[in-house]
Design a protein around this ligand. Structure first.
Ligand code: TYM
Length: 338
């Protein structure tokens, strides 16, 4: 349970390390918009300092950060209602990140499955930042005293670590200063899978572009990728249990449910018994109807990058009204002379 003394605040972030995918949209951004519309104080972040844990070409990073901001806004994040920032313009993230590097234990970090996946056999050659990444992520959240963090399923372990860091800091200094944050992992599409392989997560780093839907894909591309998505030969079941052991079928039904704001049961009520030959065109039509307006609006926003930069500069000012006092108090608790 969240400590009752903390007022609710939502924080989440996405790496500007390449195009946005349907996974990012359904697992994260769609939920960000809902939480904003619920009237909660919300802070959403392009985590550029996280992106550089692997090499980023400077021109690409600049472009991808602006494009991600355009994606947030085109999806419904309003700079009037939410604070929209890129991480490096709010220096308190990195400052608290260092403090948390001194709180987190090596053993905790070594258990992170995402580090193991990303480093693979290459553990001696990846950056130190890639290993320490979850301490910075905890700082992103806790420098706002955020209580709720909407994310996809793959971030669950990092959020558990965030709770461990807050608990240890509070315990070591005998304070109740950092909230114990709640992950918000909800909806039909908390783990969108590759269109080519139902056992792999949909990811911007997959070498096959056909494995994912990019938020910048045009209508024809979206329809073609869905038509070619891997499936099995059976008809769709009428009950959820019928999707067990059918990862590709389950994935397409989950995507349909998330895009149409229905539960999987409701979708199967509607489409149970259909072959993929008739379900895929329905899904393609729905995906195009939901995603095309977003990609059109992204392109429009990208024609005026100076306006995006102004929004991010204003966001950083608003953010620092929250982060500066929290960092100051953290230093004071720790005995740093001010
Ligand atoms: P990132 O940039 O990999 O992904 C951003 C968000 O999209 C979700 N997501 C998915 N959800 C469902 N299905 C998928 N296939 C899929 N792929 C991605 C992710 O779960 C995430 O919510 N470490 C984070 C960024 C971060 C952050 C934070 C998040 C940095 N600091 C503080 C929350 C709070 C990351 O790499 O996400």
């Amino acid at each position: 349970m969240t400590t009752p003394t903390f007022t609710p605040r939502v924080f989440s972030g996405i790496q500007p390390s390449g195009g946005l995918t349907l996974g990012n949209y359904l697992g994260a951004i769609k939920r960000f918009v809902q939480m904003q519309e619920e009237g909660l104080p919300t802070v959403y972040c392009m985590v550029d300092l996280h992106a550089i844990t692997v090499w980023q070409d400077p021109a690409d990073l600049r472009h991808n950060t602006r494009e991600l901001a355009a994606g947030f806004i085109a999806s419904g994040i309003s700079p009037e209602k939410s604070i929209l920032i890129n991480q490096s313009q709010v220096p308190e993230h990195a400052q608290l990140g260092w403090v948390f590097s001194c709180v987190a234990r090596m053993g905790w970090m070594q258990r992170m499955t995402q580090f193991k996946d990303k480093a693979g056999k290459n553990t001696q050659n990846v950056s130190l930042g890639l290993f320490g990444y979850p301490a910075l992520m905890a700082a992103d959240i806790l420098v706002y005293h955020a209580t709720h963090v909407p994310v996809g399923e793959d971030q669950k372990q990092h959020l558990e670590l965030t709770r461990d860091i807050a608990t240890k800091f509070n315990h070591d200094y005998g304070v109740d200063f950092f909230p114990i944050t709640e992950p918000v992992i909800e909806g039909a599409a908390t783990r969108v899978m590759s269109l080519r392989d139902g056992s792999k997560k949909m990811s911007k780093s997959d070498p096959s572009d056909a494995s994912r839907i990019n938020m910048t894909d045009d209508a024809d591309t979206i329809a073609r990728k869905i038509r070619k998505a891997k499936t099995d030969p059976d008809a769709l079941p009428s009950e959820t249990e019928g999707l067990t052991e059918r990862p590709e079928a389950r994935n397409l039904v989950n995507i349909y449910a998330a895009l149409s704001d229905q539960s999987v049961d409701q979708v199967l009520n509607e489409v149970g018994g259909q072959q993929f030959g008739s379900f895929k065109p329905l899904l393609a039509e729905l995906a195009v109807a939901k995603l095309s307006p977003i990609s059109t609006e992204m392109a429009r926003l990208m024609s005026d990058p100076a306006e995006i930069d102004r929004i991010l500069a204003r966001g950083a000012e608003q953010a620092r009204e929250i982060t500066v006092p929290i960092l100051e108090k953290t230093y004071e608790i720790m005995g740093m002379v001010r």
